[in-house]
Ligand binder design. Structure first.
Ligand code: FAD
Length: 260
């Protein structure tokens, strides 16, 4: 079914899922894989370059910007780490403190030791020429030439429709945004609801997100099997109370009433 989920409601037998085109569908379990929203730093011109020459991840984009003039905008708790990661790809990395406090002494020493230049002052705009990022403008009026700018978006789980089930995004322990917490199998605190991928793990790349989805699906299948088995046992005990009390279940070969 191709449509956005706009609401999810718990029903006795599971969930009712309302879609943006008005259709309503039902499910006994939910696997939510709606990803996240990257909230970008509010710098004029920056948003339009996202995923092109405004970047965040060295594993996604590092090769494309190797040996280029890279800027890193201090915009999150991992920004110094980002600068050190991108330093693996280029000897020309500049760290812009922007609106963040200056790096702590230990981090400042790391940046200097790795040859990363630190520039103070707010970045007020991204310079674009011929559809390419050419630099960043500073509040003192100066411009520093750069070919790529690394930012740390705040990553917020896209799962507002889960609030009706009592499931809300909470601050991620790494301070990088908000996620839906879950155990290692993707099971949330709300019975019947699993999550996988960026909606719960903002660091998951495509491979990890897909693997988490497959693992959660297997858990959901196991949960459904357990539920169906419980129901079958209840029905069996109701039909054959004497056998059930003796706890010696006898096979009922080919009996359609038992679903075998
Ligand atoms: C600029 C950029 C570059 C990247 N490059 C790479 C890379 O090179 N390699 C790599 O491995 N990873 C890369 N990533 C990370 C990669 O995008 C994620 O790891 C991956 O997309 C996570 O998959 P997901 O299924 O969790 O979420 P998503 O891929 O975001 O999928 C979520 C889906 O849910 C849908 N959805 C959202 N809300 C609703 C709703 N209410 N109802 C119905 N559907 C809904 C969305 O339309 C979307 O299709 C990059 C990320 C960015 C931002």
């Amino acid at each position: 079914m191709h449509a956005d989920v706009t609401a999810v409601t718990r029903r006795e037998s599971g969930f009712e899922v309302t879609l943006s085109d008005g259709r309503v569908t039902r499910a006994r379990r939910l696997l939510v894989t709606t990803g996240l929203v990257d909230e970008l730093p509010d710098v004029p011109g920056l948003r339009a370059r996202w995923g092109r020459d405004v970047l965040h991840c060295p594993y996604c984009h590092g090769w494309e910007v190797r040996d280029r003039a890279i800027g890193v905008l201090a915009s999150g708790p991992m920004s110094v780490h980002q600068a050190l990661l991108f330093r693996q790809w280029s000897a020309d990395v500049t760290f812009f403190t922007h609106t963040a406090p200056a790096p702590a002494a230990e981090q400042a020493e790391q940046l200097v030791a790795r040859g990363v230049r630190v520039v103070d002052g707010e970045v007020t705009a991204v310079e674009i020429v011929d559809d390419r990022l050419t630099g960043v403008r500073l509040s003192n009026g100066g411009t520093i030439a750069r070919e790529a700018l690394v930012v740390a978006p705040r990553m917020v789980a896209r799962a507002g429709f889960l609030a009706a089930l009592g499931l809300r995004a909470v601050e991620h322990p790494a301070g990088v945004g908000e996620h839906i917490p879950a155990d290692a199998t993707g099971r949330t605190d709300v019975p019947g609801v699993w999550v996988a991928g960026n909606v719960t793990d903002p660091a998951a790349q495509v491979g990890a997100a897909a693997a988490a989805g497959a693992a959660a699906a297997a858990q959901i299948n196991a949960d459904l099997v357990a539920e169906e088995t419980r129901r079958a046992v209840d029905a069996y005990r109701e039909r054959f109370p004497a056998r059930s009390q003796a706890r010696v279940p006898e096979p009922v070969e080919g009996d359609p009433r038992c679903g075998v």
